[in-house]
Design a protein around this ligand. Sequence first.
Ligand SMILES: Cc1ncc(COP(=O)(O)O)c(C=O)c1O
Length: 408
Amino acid sequence: MTTAFDFTPLLRAGLPPPAVKYTGLPKYNFTGGNNDSDELPLDGLVAAADAVLKREGRTLATYGLASGPQGYRALRDFLVGKLKRDAGMTCTADDILVTSGSLQALDLVNGVMLTRGDTVIIEQECYQGSINRLTRLGITPVGIPLDSDGMKMDALANALDELKRRGIRPKYIYTIPTVQNPTGTILPESRRAEMLRLAGVHGVPIFEDDCYCDLIWDHKRPPALHAMSTSANVIHIGSFSKSIAPALRVGYIVAPWSILSRMLATKYDAGSGALEQMVLAEYCAPHFADHVPVLTRGLRKKLDTLMESLNEQFGTAAEFEEPKGGIFLWVKLPENVDTLKLYQPALQAGVAINPGPEWSVNKAHSRSRMRLCFASPTHDEIRQGIAKLAEVCHREFGVPVHISNVAR
Ligand SMILES: Cc1ncc(COP(=O)(O)O)c(C=O)c1O
């Protein structure tokens, strides 16, 4: 019998723990940023793939197609129009770098800007993928509290002043201003103007992550910070993950060439997947604007089902503010509930939740909070999953005391 080769002594120091093998999705999955599979525009994507491959498929023989290293030209052209129409942004195809999801965009921005020991400003409740990246890089994140209008500007001003007093110039202000993850808030135009003013005064650039900007119930959004800036101090990133499909892995960066050129020089993968870019461009140019309202109508209905189910099962024990769009509900449970401890027993009952502390840099504030994604479960799964979650939470923490007026 041969023994398996042992790689362990050859591994470099400081690696994260090994990945856990995939064992399938939980029955009631309220985690992750998955989308609604029923709303995926499958026929349109099939037709787009067929048309673009028949017309231009032979360009796949060349790295970067015939478009150069910044991504498929037709997709960047589509983005130029979309960003102008929806976010008020003025940019050209040369200002855009297509990436493998916006996670790669986060890595590229961080890669050219951050050094161990640096400080950045972020929203106190924030995307786990962004927080984890900062932790891994040895960066100090300063979390700014949010209210129902997103990041609080008085708190931002205080934090910037305090850092200045200590001789620290943060590398950037990272914000998800348009349907924030996890809180679902939208930063109003006046706060955007104030953020830009503060950024200007302190000489700090803004890193704007507009991942969920297409998923707004009333389709009304303020201009992007990138659009409002008069000093080209905003790096803007976006994604097709939430508007079309996350598994495609297509995102983008819009930034001045002075910084985009530095990121492009560190994008060592010889280009992001070209077929996805081709299909997206072919589909989106004629259909994106019609697809988005269909998608958001479906998502809104699921949010209603989730809020109804929580009210029914948890009563006043579950507090939340209705998000203005997106795919997440940020829920507050009573103080005695520790959602990190709720996680395992809930999972054993088939219900996966995102515990609040993983989505916040203020662990005490988020201890009894959780994030629920309502996009991927069906309406029935939402109802059944929340009923199961209430059962488990009652068993573990005595919360809720009553469910549907029935004492447990
Ligand atoms: C705020 C935010 N930014 C970026 C991402 C990364 O998305 P993707 O790499 O799929 O574009 C996510 C995913 O959930 C997110 O929530």
